[in-house]
Design a protein around this ligand. Structure first.
Ligand SMILES: [Zn+2]
Length: 350
């Protein structure tokens, strides 16, 4: 199957944002101001689970809006805030819904792109029940955001600071958030299949690391499970174009893998997207072991259930400057090691 069209069409500048702000396409800089898109932009793809064609339009939004999904195929174009307390299903992907039962599925790869590109405020319109899967990664959405351009807004960026460790365990699965001055997302997977087996990575999400090291990692699945999923009405749009398919002995996709450890990197991507449903960037470190959408969401629920575990903070200019200096020193002392040069292992908080 090769039926994914990524027709790009930009339109509509956002008048309210034009005064006093500068548009730029550098999505890697972490500003202390809130950010949105410079203009609207669209793409068309298919839904992974429905198999139906979906049009996605990303639009600028005012400061304080957050990320909001809008079902433009339904009367009144109902909106669903992209927030942890609106997550209604995590079986195969993260699905958000409103009180009327209107849902949007597979939001996590787009949410990861918003997080990785530091977009605070945006409207994501879809004309179907699912965000298009595109190539199974976040890269097409990063590309879309870069094509639209990003703009600083006249409002301070607020972060969710983790004040004490919050940990969720379920059998051999675990996810936790711990206080830290950094923004790292770590993951470990351990599959009883020699093509994947055990993989571990810790990534600090600054200076464009998401775009370079994580955004291109695709979702994956086992060939043996595809029939089962499709019989259950899921993954109807799944193909080699939008997922890494693992056979008995090897990856079945012609082009192979995009990263040697693409599987664990995709789990980081999913976690970044799921965590952005917190409603803001989390100032703290995340670690997941064999976790998935369900545990990621339960972790956020546990975090927000404990008022002493977190607080809102604004990021000050001088803090960004200090971080930039620290990172520069780190670069000098770190030996270059191919594609891993931007990936940092963080064992304790800085
Ligand atoms: Zn995913």
């Amino acid at each position: 199957m090769n039926h994914i069209g990524a027709a790009l069409s930009g339109s509509e500048s956002f008048d309210a944002l034009e005064s006093g702000s500068t548009s730029k396409s550098d999505v890697t800089a972490f500003s202390c101001h809130q950010m949105t898109l410079s203009r609207s932009i669209s793409c068309v793809g298919i839904g992974l689970h429905s198999g139906a064609s979906v049009r996605l339009t990303l639009k600028p939004a005012a400061p304080g809006t957050g990320i909001v999904f809008r079902r433009v195929d339904l009367e009144g174009a109902p909106e669903i805030p992209a927030r942890w307390d609106h997550v209604v299903d995590t079986t195969m992907c993260s699905v958000i819904g409103n009180a009327d039962g209107v849902t949007v599925g597979t939001v996590e790869h787009l949410m990861a792109a918003f997080a990785g590109c530091h977009i605070d405020n945006a409207i994501a319109e879809v004309d179907g029940p699912e965000v298009p899967v595109m190539d199974g990664s976040s890269q097409p959405f990063v590309f879309l955001i870069e094509c639209a351009g990003v703009i600083e807004q006249d409002a301070p960026r607020r972060l969710i600071e983790i004040l004490k460790p919050v940990r969720l365990e379920d059998g051999d699965k675990m996810a936790e958030l711990v206080p830290s001055s950094t923004f790292t997302v770590g993951f470990e997977i351990d599959f009883d299949h020699h093509v994947i087996s055990r993989q571990r990575i810790v990534v600090e999400l600054v200076n464009g690391t998401f775009k370079k090291e994580i955004a291109r990692a695709r979702t994956f699945g086992f060939a043996r499970d595809v029939e089962k999923l499709q019989a259950a009405g899921l993954a109807r749009g799944g193909s080699f174009d939008n997922a890494v398919v693992i056979g008995e002995d090897c990856v079945l996709n012609q082009g192979g893998l995009r990263y040697d450890d693409e599987f664990v990197r995709h789990k980081v991507l999913d976690a970044v997207g799921d965590l952005y449903l917190a409603g803001a960037t989390i100032k703290g470190d995340f670690m997941g072991v064999r976790a998935g959408h369900n545990i990621n969401n339960r972790l956020l629920r546990a975090l927000f259930a404990d008022e002493t575990a977190w607080r809102w903070v604004t990021l000050e200019e001088d803090e960004i400057a200090v971080r930039a200096e620290i990172e520069e020193e780190d670069m000098i002392s770190k030996p270059a090691s191919g594609s891993y040069s931007e990936v940092v292992e963080v064992s304790t908080q800085a």
